[in-house]
Design a protein around this ligand. Structure first.
Ligand code: NAD
Ligand code: UDP
Length: 312
């Protein structure tokens, strides 16, 4: 007897495929929904023969009916390179996708978790960022399709909760990395590792003094599962991320050291609206979920480098 039937939208992506693995290991029945925009069947190939795993190729901007007890809504490209390719579709994915998941949760009585993001804080003037901070987001820039789409999705989650009593959980995910990131993903850690392993120039955007706080994927998935199974009435939003903060230049230097690469650092234009600093305040996650990250950057980078060494 399986524990729960769980729908994971975006289940063939980076985080989604790790989540599917984890939920199956925990004895659940998993339905993975994905349109394969940035995700890949390769990420879930090892699960396709598992009788407790099903894959549905579907676009979450369109309604779907699946019997389920829990929904994790992860469908949305997360890398700036990909979410800016078709910004209108990114916005639709966030907003219609949230509405379709919430409608399904309303009909089935399922609990639903939204993969929100630190991007809802925009280019923050408060540091580190607590959940109470309302953010500094450009409504009309090249990142807005993602940032404002995710903000609107949060609004929908709380309106469905207040109006229809839908059981919601909102998680604000800070930069997460690890094995199974796509070679073409374009986010900083996979870019730097691939460039270092190939001996190519390492592309730093801007002066490299902007900061990010990087969370290893296993820690993030643990936080996500804890939030889904947290006490009734706890909705979040809750920050989940690793509060150790690094400049992008420090990150590049670490990757060079750990790979033993001879790559050089080269500087490129900083993309518009690139946030200057980012670090989660995780007090709430510690209190409500008894969660804190356990894999620090050095160890996480080693594991991710080992993965890309195999793939390349
Ligand atoms: P990803 O791009 O690897 O995964 C996203 C998945 O969603 C892909 O499999 C993609 O094909 C699928 N998808 C996109 N649009 C869809 C649509 N319209 N219908 C169905 N499927 C669709 O990115 P990820 O890093 O795994 O991110 C997963 C979720 O977590 C996203 O919602 C993202 O916004 C959120 N998030 C991730 C991070 C991070 O650092 N990894 C940070 C903040 C938030
Ligand atoms: N970045 C970089 N070189 C790259 C990719 C990204 O210097 O090859 C920078 C980017 O400008 C940003 C930071 O690294 O300041 C994190 O970028 P990423 O796309 O990973 O995530 P986000 O900006 O959404 O946090």
């Amino acid at each position: 007897m399986r524990k729960n039937r769980i729908l994971v939208t975006g289940g063939a992506g980076f985080l989604g495929s790790h989540l599917c693995d984890r939920l199956l290991r925990d004895g659940n029945d998993v339905v993975c929904l994905d349109n394969l925009f940035t995700g890949s069947k390769d990420n879930i190939r090892h699960l396709l023969g598992n009788p407790y795993f099903e894959f549905i190729r579907h676009d979450i901007t369109l309604p779907i009916f699946v019997e389920c007890d829990q929904i994790y809504n992860l469908a949305c490209p997360a890398s700036p390179k990909w979410y800016q390719k078709d910004p209108i579709f990114t916005f639709k994915t966030s907003v219609y996708g949230a509405m379709n998941c919430l409608g399904l949760a309303k009909r089935t009585g399922a609990r639903v978790l939204q993969a929100s993001t630190s991007e809802i804080y925009g280019d923050p003037e408060i540091h580190p960022q607590p959940e109470s901070y309302r953010g500094c987001v450009n409504t009309i820039g090249i990142r807005s399709c993602y940032d404002e789409g995710k903000r609107a999705a949060e609004t929908l989650f709380f309106d469905y909760h207040r109006m229809h009593g839908v059981d919601v959980k909102v998680m604000r995910i800070f930069n997460t990395y690890g094995p199974c990131m796509d070679i073409d993903d374009g986010r900083v850690i996979s870019n730097f590792i691939i460039q270092a392993l190939k001996g190519e120039d390492i592309t730093i955007y801007g002066d490299g003094l902007q900061t990010r706080s990087f969370c290893y994927v296993d820690d993030l998935i643990e936080g996500m599962v804890r939030l889904m199974n947290s006490r009734d009435g706890f909705t979040g939003p809750v920050n989940v991320g690793n509060p150790c903060e690094f400049t992008i230049k420090e990150l590049a230097e670490r990757v060079i050291k750990l790979t033993g690469s001879s790559s050089r650092l080269v500087y490129r234009d900083l993309p518009e609206d690139d946030p200057r600093q980012r670090r989660p305040d995780i007090t709430l996650a510690q209190k409500e979920l008894d969660w804190a990250p356990t894999v620090m950057l050095e160890e996480g980078l080693k594991r991710t480098i080992a993965y890309f060494e195999q793939v390349l």
